[in-house]
Every structure is written in C-alpha cells, then in structure tokens.
Write a protein that binds this ligand. Sequence first.
Ligand SMILES: Nc1nc2c(ncn2[C@@H]2O[C@H](COP(=O)(O)OP(=O)(O)O)[C@@H](O)[C@H]2O)c(=O)[nH]1
Ligand SMILES: Nc1ncnc2c1ncn2[C@@H]1O[C@H](COP(=O)(O)OP(=O)(O)O)[C@@H](O)[C@H]1O
Length: 336
Amino acid sequence: MGEAPAFLVEDLKSNLTNSFHLKSKGCETAVDIGCNRTYVIGDPKCESLAVRVFDKSTNEWLFPIVLGTKPKASRGHSAVLLDQDRVLVIRGDTSSEDGFWFLEVNTAFVREHKARLGTEVVAWSKGVIGEAEKPIVISGPSGVGKGTLIAKLMEEFPSMFGFSVSHTTRAPRNNEQNGVHYHFRERGAMEKDIDGGKFLEFAAVHGNLYGTSVEAVDVVAEKGKRCILDIDVQGARSVRASSLEAIFIFICPPSFEELEKRLRARGTEVEEQIQKRLRNAKAELEQGASPGLFDHILSARIDCWFCVCDPILELVHVPVIGEKIVMKCGAAEQET
Ligand SMILES: Nc1nc2c(ncn2[C@@H]2O[C@H](COP(=O)(O)OP(=O)(O)O)[C@@H](O)[C@H]2O)c(=O)[nH]1
Ligand SMILES: Nc1ncnc2c1ncn2[C@@H]1O[C@H](COP(=O)(O)OP(=O)(O)O)[C@@H](O)[C@H]1O
C-alpha cells in the first residue's frame, strides 16, 4: 500500500487555485491520482457512493460511467490510492463483509471500456478479507467437455460450487433452461445492458454474444460458494485484466479428432455451426497455450472425469485422498 494520498474534500478545496466549490459533510473524500485528476467519492444526496472526477487542467467536473455494483453510501468512508490504478475505499459504520471496496480508475479493464465507450469510466469491485474464495474460470474449445465437467462438480459438491449463469444471444438448445444454463436474451437488450455497465466481461463467440454479468458472479458469492465461470478465451483475457482474482483453467482435448467426435456426438449443432466451432477451436487451442493467460492446462481424456476433476479439487483444497473421491460416471456410482 502506498502512502496515503487521500484527504478530505475540505483539504482539496484549499489545495486548488480555481473557483469550484465543494461542500464536505464528512461523506466525501478526494483522491489525487496524478495527471491532474482528482476523484471525489461520495455524495450526501446519493444512496450509493457516487464518483466524480475533477480535471485540474480544465477546471471541469467529469461524471464517469460507473461499471460494477456500486457500494451503498455509509456514514463516512476513507479512500486510499493503492497504486496508480485503484483506490481502496473503506466504508464506515458497516460490517466487514461489506466494508472494503476497490474503485478502479485506470486498470486495463477500465482503459478498455474507456476506449470502447469514448468517455470517462470507473469500475467498482468488492474487496474480500482473508482467504478469498477465488472464482474458477474454465475455458476450452466447443465440445471439449467444459459443461459436463462443471455439471459434475456442481452435482458432487453442490454446497461448494455455484455456476455463473452467463447471458447469451444464442438460441437455447432442447435441454437448456433460461436462467439455469444461460440467460437467453435478444441482441438489442443485451447490448443495452453491456452499455449500461452490467457486464464484467463479454465477447462475440461463434457468431453470438456471450457475457458474464456482475450480478451472476455476485449471486454465487452471496451464497458463500465458489463461483465457476464457463467463458471463452477472450472472456478469460478480460477477466484477467479486471480486478477479479480467479484461477484460470484451460481444458484441451486429447486430440483434435476426439474433439470433433464429441462435438458431433453431442448432436446440438448443425453442420455449418460444427465447422465454425472446429475452425475456432484451432485458434482457441493456440491461445489457450499462450503464456500468462491460464494457470493450468488440463487434458479431458476420454471418459476420465477424475483426470480433470481431481486437479481442480486439489487446487481449491478439497482433499483428494488417492482414490477416495466419488464421481458419478454414467449410471453407476464409481468409487475410483
Ligand atoms: N466470454 C464469454 N464466453 C462465454 C460465456 N458463456 C459461455 N461462453 C463461451 O461461449 C462459447 C460457446 O458456448 P456454447 O454456445 O454454450 O457452446 P459450447 O462451448 O459448445 O457448450 C464457449 O466457449 C463458452 O465458454 C460468457 O459469459 N462470456
Ligand atoms: N472426458 C470426456 N470423454 C468423453 N466424452 C466427453 C468427455 N467430456 C465430455 N464428453 C462428451 O462430449 C460432448 C461435449 O461435451 P460438453 O460438456 O457439452 O462440451 P463443452 O461444454 O465444452 O462444449 C458431450 O456429448 C459429452 O457427453
């Protein structure tokens, strides 16, 4: 943590040579992040912690688009610049679970959205104390077995894992339920929500839009479970660039032929879609192996559930004692 460059808005006023006025009621803090920018957090009139930016070079107030869930206003708070990218905000008069927040002012995630929206952007993320239950991001080409793997983890450990239900513009498959497998949306509605800052990440995949809403991850965390995200490689990259700390796992097939076989055997896509997904798989497999993106690469060997489940359970410290993990494979319950 750096020195404390945060100070009360009253101090900000005396530091300025221009004529803007700020009435501090103890609910506002100002954080100078350099580059002539001062972020003022809080506004006694607002129910959530509002953010505005004072640009000292132009003497103008800027009102950024705010991404992420906003913390509720509290009786006073402190704000400290952690690095040049994030401000730690500690809310007063509140429980520790809801006390720590990060305001991202210049992270890669914020810079990406600034460039896309062409305006000032900030993003809130909630801080977690102690042993953070890091979410697990699972990526891999279509048909490799991500959905099957996640379903098995959820079935075997329902109190431990929760699935982040993504939004998509893709049409539902026969066995898919709205709100369970995906939130199925019209493109226009989803684009509106993306512009409204409701998404942690989103990407165009195989010709459709897919995205993880902030709420989808929050819902799982609120139940005290570890969140599993099934997202593509672009989405994984976006999450990496955000302040959400996660474990990134890439699932690869034992061979390209086996991948094609699984995709065809699933029988959910028409030939044109299968071809598109196989073409995309080549690029995804290359990107999956690119350094620095994934923490672990696991091979989904044929019918070998524990080949992928056991390493994941070990990563999240579920004791895997040799052959003692019970996984249901097909009809028979097998103690391996
Ligand atoms: N970026 C991103 N990708 C997603 C999301 N949800 C699903 N995906 C990815 O979209 C791709 C297509 O998913 P889907 O149509 O369900 O096909 P499947 O991979 O063959 O099961 C997969 O690579 C998923 O991992 C999301 O919220 N964000
Ligand atoms: N390890 C595996 N060995 C053999 N078949 C598998 C394996 N994992 C998944 N499958 C089968 O492959 C198909 C695609 O799996 P799925 O979980 O839908 O993939 P994804 O979610 O990655 O697109 C399904 O029919 C599934 O039963």
